[in-house]
Write a protein that binds this ligand. Sequence first.
Ligand SMILES: [Zn+2]
Length: 350
Amino acid sequence: MAKTGIVRDVRYLDHQANTYHPESHHRLEVIHQMLQEPGMKGNYVEIPPRLATREELELIHLPRYVQLVSATAERDYAMLDPDTYACAKSYETARLAAGGVLAAVDQVVAGNVDNAFAFIRPPGHHAESSRAMGFCLFNNVAVAAAYALLAHKVQRALIIDWDLHHGNGTQHSFYERADVLYFSTHQFPYYPGTGYVNEVGNGSGQGFTVNVPLAPGPGDGEYAAIFEEILEPISLEYKPGLVLVSAGFDIYYQDPLGGMQVTPAGFANLARIVLEFAEKTCGGKVVFLLEGGYHLEGLRDSAREVLKTLRGEILAGGRDPSLCKSADQQMVGPIIRKVKEAQKPFWRLR
Ligand SMILES: [Zn+2]
């Protein structure tokens, strides 16, 4: 079995809305319960989270924005954008979310664990350098990628974002850089509105942003096909030293916010595909971190399957080839061709 680290902490429940909100602490409560199940409990290496420092947050965020978020700690409640709340504990929780991913990166890069999953909140991929957006305060995955490059001298980091939504903040953080490649599948047109096929990066970052916008409908087979036909060849050519996965479970087939059809077995297969090419490029050094996912049972069941895949308890013999074969070509064939056309100047794609 592989050694798989997990980041979990009751303090991640402290970020709470004062009214109904889909991004609630209940999301982590069901995951914490799942981690106590027989067959899960004791099987994962605990990685204690830490608070990200201001300097670490400022690898991505402007100092005045970090200051603005820190000031919310002095108020009972604030709205940072129409969707994004901050209670008095949110600043600390958000620092612990970013720091939780940094702790996971430290352990994976050092080889103390083979891979890891950071169960953190608030999520991060919509957060821009100078503003909160879409339930996100600090951009956890972007801070982690910048940190890995700086603190661990990782040459190239790959960010895979399979959340339902486009990670606008992550894309913008590295849009003109070649040392972080951002790959996203997302429902489109949809919130936040970015993530067109022709958004491929700028300047020396050209070709290091890969967007796969999708109409509602894709499920296990279609996602597998996109990963195998676009993500995998680009990743093998890019040769990242670390892979970070913005794992949003809002592409689950019953998620209240989305129109995608992925099942827990489909998530496991995507995780397995990622592990397989990461094994070839960076010894399997992959850090998963939680983004969205708003169907509580779906979130719990999908996270469980991904964890079992990371540990090698399921799909240890390899990905399930029947899923990719089952892809509805009418549904995803055209978009796969369009993305390949846009990315062909930069990558060897068939
Ligand atoms: Zn999302």
